[in-house]
Design a protein around this ligand. Structure first.
Ligand SMILES: Cc1ncc(COP(=O)(O)O)c(C=O)c1O
Length: 405
């Protein structure tokens, strides 16, 4: 008899805490799909699933790069013309004191590298609750205990600074701010950014400013980069092509490290060590960065017009539906309505999927204050699709919970 292994190959215990509700739910959806139902996906923030297209001049640039043989490895930090363009765009947003710029496979890889380069066992960073689950997943992978600060629903989902101060420990090294926010769509005021910068100054923190949606501001607000209000404070600003430039499948993101040069130097070296260890980001796609940032921006006018109309439709529906209420999103393409229902939001989401084939993500997948329930809607689909989805949700709710509260 040939020898066979009898013991299971177990996964690392720390993976118990890696959760990514947005994609995890896709497994349940696949089952519903197999039964022949067409699912309305309001769960994943991919504009290319709907009536949005990558600007053609960016596609041309990548195609040309491939044709010209730019298919080998790139420099670990990224190709020079892309780095110059990212730096130039950052300067136009008022970011000074830039100490380093690097390109990664999506902001996802930037976040992974930047948190890995910072944290020793036993240390932590403050992350928002609710948060985009990438942060908690990377921290779980690093075996770092989550330390969350609340976003305040009663204050338009702005960061609760008192809660942030309460949560600081002697081992807190940084704070994450997602602005515009996923999942709530909130946008921070200059005053809020200044207060966060002051918190960082006082407690020697580095700020991770995730600004991947910075061009998707839906009203008349101005998006202000956190790094621009605090040139002395160590800040990593994240951006990329996935959302503003409608190319999520290319996996192109970047980080801009700013702040006092002497203070940030060892950290910059650490980040670069990790950038080298993973060789480089996707190469030909980097040739789209300069055309994206410096070329025509016309697509954004149309994108924002569509998103504004879809946001309005979403908020009107929320505010006219019993048991649902919503802070109006001001940026990105997510709404995070509150539910007043007698069961968990995870049950709500699963049953809605099984019965009405509408896929949203439960608030407990993002984090929320105990006792509150939410779900996240991606309002990227066109008005007709959204109207059908909302009619399905309303029907489901009135059958399950009654017509009024
Ligand atoms: C706030 C936020 N950060 C980062 C990402 C990941 O972006 P990328 O596609 O560049 O990895 C997303 C994707 O949805 C996001 O919402």
């Amino acid at each position: 008899m040939p020898l066979t292994q009898s013991r299971e190959i177990t996964a690392a215990a720390r993976l118990e805490n890696v959760r990514y509700a947005i994609r995890d739910l896709a497994c349940v959806a696949a089952e519903v799909g197999k039964q022949g139902h067409k699912i309305l996906p309001l769960n994943i923030g991919d504009p290319l699933n709907f009536d949005f297209q990558t600007p053609p001049h960016m596609i041309e640039a990548v195609y040309k790069a491939m044709r010209q043989g730019k298919n080998g490895y790139a420099p670990s930090s990224g190709i020079p013309q892309a780095l110059d363009a990212i730096r130039g765009a950052a300067v136009r947003k008022g970011i000074t004191n830039i100490q380093d710029v690097f390109v990664t496979s999506g902001v996802s890889e930037s976040v992974d590298i930047c948190l890995t380069a910072l944290l020793n066992p036993g240390e932590d960073v403050l992350t928002p609750s609710p948060d985009y689950p990438l942060y908690s997943a990377v921290l779980a992978k690093l075996d770092i205990t989550l330390n969350t600060y609340d976003l305040n629903e009663d204050d338009g989902w702005q960061p609760d600074l008192d809660d942030s101060r309460r949560k600081l420990t002697p081992r807190t090294r940084g704070i994450v701010l997602i602005n515009p926010n996923n999942p709530t769509g909130s946008v921070c005021s200059r005053k809020m950014l200044e207060q966060i910068a002051e918190l960082a100054r006082r407690h020697n923190l580095i700020i991770f400013a995730d600004e991947i949606y910075d061009k998707l501001i839906l009203d008349d607000d101005e998006h202000i980069s956190l790094a621009s209000v605090a040139p002395d404070v160590p800040v990593v600003t994240f951006g990329g092509l996935s959302k503003n430039y409608l190319a999520p499948g290319w996996r192109i993101g970047w980080g801009i490290i700013s702040g006092d040069a002497t203070i940030i130097k060892p950290y910059v070296e650490g980040v670069n060590k990790l950038l080298r260890a993973r060789l480089c980001a996707n190469h030909p796609e980097q040739y789209a960065i300069q055309p994206a940032l410096e070329g025509p921006q016309d697509h954004l006018i149309e994108v924002r017009r569509k998103l504004r109309s879809r946001r309005d439709l979403t908020v009107d529906w929320c505010n006219s539906t019993p048991r649902v209420s919503c802070v109006s999103p001001r940026g990105a393409f997510y709404a995070y309505p509150r539910l007043d229902i007698p069961e968990g939001d995870d049950v709500f989401v699963k049953e809605l999927l099984v019965q009405k084939h509408v896929l949203v993500v439960h608030g407990s997948g993002f984090g929320q204050k105990p006792g509150t329930k939410h779900f996240r809607i991606v309002f990227l689909p066109d008005e007709k699709t959204l109207t059908a989805a909302y009619a399905g949700i309303a029907e489901f709710m009135s059958a399950r919970y009654g017509k009024s509260i």
